[in-house]
Write a protein that binds this ligand. Structure first.
Ligand SMILES: [Zn+2]
Length: 176
């Protein structure tokens, strides 16, 4: 199995003074992630983030861009595109399981899980080949009404967000 990608940023120097900033370029080869019927492409995920030293940690702000492939939700023809997504994270020593913070050792920040999560949540899950795509046969398959869609949703059992399942399948372990 290929070695898991790494993007470790040492913030020891940055954290010597509060408010100090450093820009970090992102150019990461991640294994494609698939959520429902949309996948990220094999092209590198690119972007840039700015690290800033704060009390007990760092903030990481920026954006990434990635390519995706999927199929049109109406006509099912292949469709692809690029999407940009924001990164906005706080790494804090001793953050524990705080939901808005990421715990770290105060010295090294691993950006790979952050980028992988951002990719999974940026994928368009119901893309269209074009805004007014009529579908394969609009007369036979008329667009369902809002009320019909709600009734279907109420009848269906609740499902976990498929994006988390896709993330769970990603192997981000260093020793893989
Ligand atoms: Zn279409």
């Amino acid at each position: 199995m290929a070695r898991a990608p790494r993007l470790i940023v040492d913030v020891t120097d940055l954290r010597r003074r509060l408010g100090q900033r450093r820009e970090v370029q992102i150019d990461l080869d991640l294994a494609p992630t698939t959520v429902v019927d949309t996948s990220s492409t094999a092209e590198p995920v690119v972007g840039a983030v700015v690290f800033e030293s704060i009390e007990r940690g760092v903030t990481v702000l920026g954006s990434i861009e990635l390519g995706w492939d999927g199929s049109c939700r109406r006509c099912l023809e292949p469709v692809s595109g690029r999407v940009e997504a924001e990164i906005d994270e706080i790494f804090q020593v001793g953050a524990g399981d705080h939901e808005d913070l990421r715990d770290f050792d105060g010295e090294q920040v691993d950006l790979v899980p952050v980028v992988a999560e951002t990719v999974a949540f940026a994928l368009p899950l119901a893309p269209l080949c074009r805004e007014d795509c009529p579908g394969p046969d609009p007369d036979r398959y008329p667009t369902r009404t809002e009320a019909e869609l709600e009734a279907e949703a109420a009848a269906a059992p609740p499902v976990a967000d498929p994006r988390w399942a896709a993330l769970a399948e990603l192997d981000l372990r260093d020793d893989a």
